[in-house]
Design a protein around this ligand. Structure first.
Ligand code: PMP
Length: 384
C-alpha cells in the first residue's frame, strides 16, 4: 500500500521509505546493542555519540561556522516562539542593560506562523513592533511588501521573520536587504531548512522543527551564535523587569548539557541523522536547491497555463518552493476526492485558509510531482 501513496502533506511530511525501514530496525535493536533506541539511556555514550554525529552532519550540510552551536530541543517550532523572546531579551539585559526596558521586538510578518510568533511575544509581555503585515492591507497573506515600506523600531532587541510561510505558501526569495545593522536576526526555517543554501553567519538564531524537512515531530534544531548563547544567561533579568527564561527553553543551559538537560527523544535524533546522512550522500543542500526549484517551477507553470482554473495564492517573487498553494473555486472538492482515489494524500489546504496545498519537501521525489501534474492535466481536460 505504501508504494501506491504519494504524500503531499505540509507536515508531518513524507520521509524516504529506506530511512523509515532503517529507523524501524533501530527501534527494535540499535547498533547491535540488543536494545531499542527508545530504551537506551539518553546519557549513554552511544547516545551522546549519536548527538555528536548528528550535529557534525548538520554542520557539514549547512556550512555552519565554528562560532555557532547546534541545539536540539522539544516543543516544536511553537516552543521557539517563546524561547526566542526569553533568550533574546536576556541577551539584551546583558548587552544593553540601560536600554533593554525600552527595546521592542520587531516582527516581519508575511504569513500566519510569523503572526503567531509575534502574538506569543506579546503574550509574554514583550513590546512588539510589527515591521510589516500585508494582511492588514490585503485582507490575506500572499505577498511580501516592498522593503521600503517596512517599519523598524528605533533600537530593536531583535528582528524575527519566517523564511517560508507553510500555510500561505509565501517564501523569501533571498535574505532581506534592508535590515538594520547589528540587530540579532532570528529566523523560523521550519518549512524550508535544508532545501537551499544560505549564509548562516547572517543570523543570530535559526530554528526549525523536524517534521517537515528532516524527520519526525518531537525535536527542533536551533542554530545559535555563541555570543547570544553566552549572554542569554543574564542573572539580573528580574531586576530590570525582564522575565527569567524557563529552564527548558534556556539556550545556554541546553548548550551546556549538549542538549541533554532532560530526556531527549533519541529515536527522533536518529531519524534526523539518517536524513542528514542521506542528504550528504546525494549531493547535499546544493542538489536539493536545484531539485526543489525544478519541482516547484513545474507545478507553477502548469497552474499558470490554466489561469481560468487555478488561482495561485502568492504573487510572483514570493512563491514558495516547498508549499504550492492555489484555489480552484467549486472544483476543489472534486479535485481532492479524485486525487485521493489515485493515492495522492495531503493536498487539502490548511484548515484556516482552505484551497489546495501541495508540499514538496526534500523527500518528495521529482517523479511524484510529475505524477501530480499529469493527473492535473487530465483533470483540467475532463472538467473545463
Ligand atoms: N513555524 C512554521 C513555519 C511552521 O510551518 C510550523 C508548523 N507547521 C510551526 C512553526 C509550528 O511548529 P510546531 O507544530 O512544531 O510547533
Amino acid at each position: 500500500k505504501r508504494s501506491q501513496i504519494l504524500n503531499f502533506s505540509a507536515g508531518p511530511a513524507c520521509l524516504p521509505t529506506k530511512i523509515l525501514e532503517q529507523a524501524a530496525k533501530d527501534l527494535i535493536d540499535y547498533a547491535e546493542t540488543g536494545i531499542s533506541l527508545a530504551e537506551l539511556s539518553h546519557r549513554s555514550s552511544i547516545c551522546s555519540n549519536l548527538i555528536k554525529s548528528t550535529q557534525n552532519n548538520l554542520r557539514k550540510l549547512l556550512g555552519i561556522p565554528d562560532n555557532y552551536s547546534i541545539l536540539f530541543m522539544q516543543g516544536g517550532g511553537t516552543a521557539q516562539f517563546s524561547a526566542v523572546v526569553y533568550n533574546l531579551l536576556a541577551y539584551q539585559v546583558a548587552k544593553n542593560p540601560s536600554t533593554v526596558s525600552n527595546m521592542k521586538c520587531d516582527y516581519i510578518v508575511t504569513g500566519s506562523w510569523g503572526l503567531k510568533a509575534a502574538h506569543e511575544a506579546k503574550r509574554l509581555g514583550a513590546m512588539v513592533n510589527i515591521v510589516s503585515d500585508p494582511k492588514k492591507i490585503d485582507g490575506k497573506y500572499g505577498r511580501i511588501p516592498d522593503e521600503s515600506t517596512w517599519n523598524f523600531s528605533q533600537n530593536p532587541a531583535y528582528i524575527h521573520y519566517c523564511d517560508n510561510e507553510t500555510v500561505d505558501g509565501v517564501e523569501f526569495a533571498e535574505f532581506p536587504k534592508s535590515l538594520p545593522e547589528g540587530v540579532p536576526v532570528i529566523c523560523d526555517m521550519s518549512s524550508n531548512i535544508l532545501s537551499r543554501e544560505f549564509d548562516v553567519s547572517k543570523y543570530a538564531v535559526i530554528y526549525a522543527g523536524a517534521q517537515k524537512n528532516f524527520g519526525i515531530a518531537g525535536i527542533t534544531m536551533i542554530i545559535v551564535r555563541n555570543d547570544i548563547l553566552e549572554r542569554a544567561d543574564a542573572p539580573n533579568c528580574a531586576k530590570l523587569g525582564i522575565p527569567i527564561t524557563p529552564v527548558i527553553l534556556d539556550y545556554k543551559t541546553t548548550s551546556d548539557c549538549n542538549s541533554l538537560y532532560n530526556t531527549l527523544p533519541m529515536f527522533n535524533v536518529r531519524v534526523a541523522n539518517l536524513v542528514f546522512e542521506n542528504l550528504l550522500e546525494s549531493g547535499g543542500v546544493a542538489a536539493q536547491e536545484r531539485i526543489s526549484k525544478r519541482k516547484a517551477e513545474k507545478l507553477y507553470s502548469l497552474l499558470e497555463k490554466y489561469p481560468d482554473v487555478f488561482e495561485i495564492v502568492p504573487g510572483k517573487g514570493y512563491r514558495s518552493r516547498m508549499n504550492v498553494t492555489f484555489r480552484m473555486g467549486n472544483l476543489e472538492e472534486k479535485f481532492i476526492s479524485e486525487s485521493k482515489d489515485l493515492g495522492f494524500e495531503g493536498l487539502k489546504g490548511h484548515r484556516s485558509v482552505g484551497g489546495i496545498r501541495a508540499s514538496f519537501y526534500n523527500a518528495m521525489p521529482e517523479d511524484g510531482v510529475d505524477r501530480l501534474i499529469e493527473f492535473m492535466e487530465t483533470f483540467v481536460k475532463r472538467y473545463v
